[in-house]
Design a protein around this ligand. Sequence first.
Ligand code: TH1
Length: 888
Amino acid sequence: RAIAEPPVKTAPGSNGVATSEGDSKLKESILQNLLNTGSSTHIEALDAKDVYRGVAQSVREKLVAAFNRTQEYWREEDTKFIYYLSAEFLMGRSLLNTVQNLGLGGPYGEVLKELGVKMEALVDAEQNAALGNGGLGRLAACFLDSIATLDLPGWGYGIRYKYGMFKQALKGGYQDELPDIWLTNGNPWEIARPNITYRIGFYGTVDQFQWSPAEEVIAKAYDNPIPGFQTSTVGNLRLWEALPLHEFDLAAFNKGDYVQAVEERRKAEDISAVLYPNDATEYGKELRLKQQYFFVSASLQDVLARFRERHGANWPLLPEKACFQMNDTHPTIAVAELMRLLIDCEGLGWDAAWAITQKCLAFTNHTVMPEALEKWPVAVIGKLLPRHMEIIDKIDTIWKDSLKEQEKVLGQVEAAAKSAPPKPPKAEIKPKGAVESLTDALTFKAGEPSGGKEEPEEGEEEEDPVEAALAKYSIITENPWEKGVKLVNMAYLAVVGSKAVNGVAAIHSEIIKDTIFKDFYDVMPHKFQNKTNGVTPRRWLAWCNPALAALITEALGGDEWINDATRLSGLRKFADDKDFQAKWRAIKLANKERLAAKIKERTGVTLPTTPLYDIQIKRIHEYKRQYLNLLSVAWRYHQIKAATPLERSKFVPRVVLIGGKAASAYYMAKKIIRLTTAIGETVNSDPDVSDLLKVVFLPDYNVDWAEVIIPGSELSQHISTAGTEASGTSNMKFAMNGCLIIGTMDGANIEIAEEVGKENLFVFGMPAEDVQGWRDGKRAEWKDYDPRFTTALNMIKDGVFGDKEYFQDLADSISDMSKGNDWFLVAPDFTDYLRAQAEVDKLYLDQDEWTRRSILYTAGSGFFSSDRTIKQYADEIWDVKPMPVPSS
Ligand code: TH1
């Protein structure tokens, strides 16, 4: 991915940022910046990090100039903004993306070549900005890229974590977590804003609706310019750092109390210290709520301050100037905070404030996993944010009162009044074992009922029938299993407080209407929408796969596909073209070689490049079913070992690669990592299979790994239990890069199948609509274990891969369905999975057909550009219009 040979030629000046200045000026700028960053201009003598800093600084100059122009223009125009509130932004590296998006790939490539600098080494010298866990955070990053590219006035708002996603190392095959110290070498992509600060309060008391916080910290802004592609628009990601109100307690210091002297600083800094390393799980810690409130309050105060400067107290105008998109439940305290700011600080009445709030906010749900739906105990919110708790209480009361007038609800109320008081809502059965232990470890144990506790008895208390009928709409609910413990359902708060609620793939948006938000959908169907996720074709095709990008550009007769991905469909007519197929295949092979080299560098393992590269990269989670993959690998290993020489010759050689992090407290996920490394140790050292099977765990999977892995893969696995993966986004990246998919009809796989042709995917597994029924019914007596499943599982149990005792409970977790195990249906889906895998092997023998399909994947991936997603958000929710900076 040397910039020296840019995949796409952008004429200088074509996007208003690319300079027409000659190479000599650029060279001068790089050399000058090398000096400014403290390095010498003798490049040969410098290490990659020093060169990186100098080059990045020179790019930054151009970026910031365009950033200033954009922001100034938008301010002058007083246009409506979208503010994307997210606890996570998984940005990855910036140098290559910035250079390319600015259209400076050509000029920089030339000059660096002249200076004898290898772009690859330069790119690798940059730290990953890993301020996110996985898909949700990376989605936010792709959205920013598209927002800027589409010239939409918009900013991201989040937290400038000092430590991002933990680094994963392997220690004897087990996951080891290390802090992600990403800011030590400085961050050339940010602009500190010491003048932009807000006070954020916590704790304290409320008297006559006036909150007196007992603790306060300062939120300080850092801007991170976001370059659009082929436009002079540069958007913004504003991240907040927490600082103490008082730097230093000199009195304490003088008394010799050095700890006390810095106590306030330490406590404040804790707030923006670490990203919670959990994906799709609730982490019920007060500090997490503090973080959420911290960045939400700072962001809202910031927007309101700019509005006030311009429009004074004309608050009813706010919805015409600002829309806030809440990325999952993490920023949903915004509902109460916006109300508080409008009422307590700006003096509006309740109704006026509520009308504004409901017009300004929108909410995206990203998961139906019960443990990820945040429910904060009233006691916790009441202590940390007492005024907000009052507001939430009142929102809840008024909301339920308003329902009494709805005909639908009226009927229910009357019916309820006639019959006996209803039982408390029946809780869902939770998966046994891992998830439960995880949830217990991480939460207040106030979410779903857990085993052992007694069911509340019927009719213990006389309930008001009206209240009882309205209970299911309640934002504040009594935990039926812990008497007296009340919880705030943050998703419900968001639904009530927002103008729009959306899921992230077609099936997911249907599921939320039928399940977690069913009652809300019934009474306000107009709020519910779908916005199928997307990924940026810049980072995920053009920049990460330059050779393929060049071939696509050549075939399509231009590079317009980079910001109009629907044009990729033009590749369909080349799918059967043998010459084109040969070129396509050669590029895949080169990308496999690049991947193999990276794996060698990072793990020491040498891999051949002729086998089928089969990849599963994502957070380790039971619902994503890495276990299913591993069991089929165990079965494959067994089969090869047992094969006659003739049978052996028919096996398709495979390299199986699995990567992903396990949440630090997720017991079973960690065992799945160990099982992968254990299988790898056994298989890779067994000469009987060495030409047919390799299994490697890719440690520390992150954005920059993904940029090498995805172009180099041929088969990717998206095999979640149907109904559990809201969307998935790596499936889209793989499809763009011509990688075939084996998957369930879940999340966005379904729409990928529609675009690419279902017959071109390896589809298997129980459909979503059958899964719950299965769990509730059939599984109690199900015993039809596939003998191949039993063999594979017994291999693990019998210690074929070592660590027998350690794997015992992992094996048990899928062993006896009738006992309530195997929540994610590994065993029932195994047979069909093996059938699909056999189809994979068969197809790989026909390289022409495989390549034809590969081309069709890329051709069908245009819909999954985040440009399409963002256009839909902008038109259907945000009502924000493009505002390109006019060329001067
Ligand atoms: C993910 C979903 O699991 C995934 O299916 C989806 O493609 C992605 O979001 C983007 O929409 C989620 N990540 C998290 C992380 C946390 C809590 C909930 C979710 S849902 C911390």
